[in-house]
Unconditional design. Structure first.
Length: 276
């Protein structure tokens, strides 16, 4: 029988009639945050998640990754998982009965409270993913992500399991796997100890509804461009104030939507004329 999926990191193993293949990239710590991904292409994972700080954290067991191969739950000789849409139209739809089996397998041993373990479908019609959503997920025990293909899921499976729909933005991908990796990366980096310097997370873009201020490093003069004098002053209070002003100005110029949210939260007028 074909394996139901790959597990990146050592998960707890319990007696089961369904075999589970382990890819040992490290020993996942007890109670580590776990991402489960339902996909037709488990070989795509861990992909970019095996690199840099997130990859090292996976290797060190600070979080775990498990893929659930949707094809294993398919029917017939070719393990079919999709069919033509009722009412006609192009493309194929992932079948509700097939997806039901995959979801029940993935969710069988996880917390029932969706606040602690969300069930998410990567969909272009979903709520747009945000930093606040990543922070919310990072505080839970894990997540199960469903990667769509073709024309997506039968609506009945979304309704039956009350699946949360999330989008990366107003564009289309061939499947949800790349989006899943982006969402996992964004969430995992917020887990304590994954990023060495937690201050870098506190001051980055989208914290407090502001974009990050401009950054500079050596050489101090490049192609005729100088470093802003305030950054060379050694006056940390003035530098902090300058950086906040920079963050506000950049947000107002580049992301008016974020600027309005920031002003609303801080009782300020988005159209104020004060110099930023």
């Amino acid at each position: 029988m074909k394996s139901p999926g790959k597990s990146y990191g050592k998960l707890s193993i319990k007696p089961s009639s369904i075999p589970r293949e382990l890819i040992k990239v490290g020993n996942t710590n007890h109670n580590a945050w776990i991402a489960k991904v339902i996909t037709l292409f488990p070989e795509i994972f861990p992909g970019a998640l095996s690199s840099s700080l997130v990859g090292k954290a996976l290797q060190d067991g600070l979080w775990g990754l498990e893929t659930v191969d949707l094809r294993r739950f398919g029917e017939g000789k070719h393990r079919n998982v999709d069919d033509t849409p009722y009412g006609g139209g192009p493309g194929m739809i992932l079948r509700a009965d097939i997806m039901e089996k995959a979801i029940e397998s993935a969710m069988s041993e996880v917390p029932k409270n969706r606040k602690h373990w969300p069930l998410v479908y990567l969909s272009p019609r979903g709520e747009r993913f945000s930093q606040s959503k990543a922070k919310e997920w990072a505080q839970g025990a894990g997540i199960t992500l469903i990667c769509g293909r073709f024309e997506g899921l039968d609506q009945r499976i979304i309704d039956h399991f009350s699946i949360e729909e999330i989008s990366l933005g107003d564009f289309i991908l061939t499947g949800g796997e790349l989006a899943a990796q982006a969402l996992i990366d964004s969430t995992v980096r917020l887990i304590p100890s994954v990023v060495g310097n937690q201050e870098s997370i506190i001051e980055e873009s989208f914290q407090n509804d502001l974009l990050e201020y401009s950054q500079y490093t050596r050489p101090s003069i490049w192609q005729g461009y100088d470093i802003p004098e305030i950054l060379l002053s050694g006056d940390h209070a003035k530098i902090k104030s300058w950086r906040k002003e920079q963050a506000e100005r950049l947000t107002k110029e580049k992301r008016p939507d974020l600027w309005r949210a920031y002003c609303l939260k801080n009782n300020r007028d988005p159209g104020e004329d004060q110099e930023l």
